[in-house]
Design a protein. Sequence first.
Length: 101
Amino acid sequence: MAVTLAQAKNYLKIDNDITDDDELVTGLISAASDYVCRTTGKVNTDDNNSQLYDLCIKMIVAHWYENRAVYSQKPGSISVIPHTLTALLIHIAQCSDYPEA
């Protein structure tokens, strides 16, 4: 099951009637799906339909959406993926429940 635009917008807390960033979010979903697949070597299929895999994609979309700037005045690096997300990627990569890409 692929993450839909509506699911991603819900996760990002963007109202459905606000469409200004739909193209951006759609691109982030595609890029995040590709990132998870290439990072883990695993895919989420209709047979598998893992909510955990989809959550990983939504978390990446949220991280990239909220950190679009090249520079941030917040402490820490905006390009560093949060530990929770790294743990999910490792789990997906090591779990035999996900088919190889």
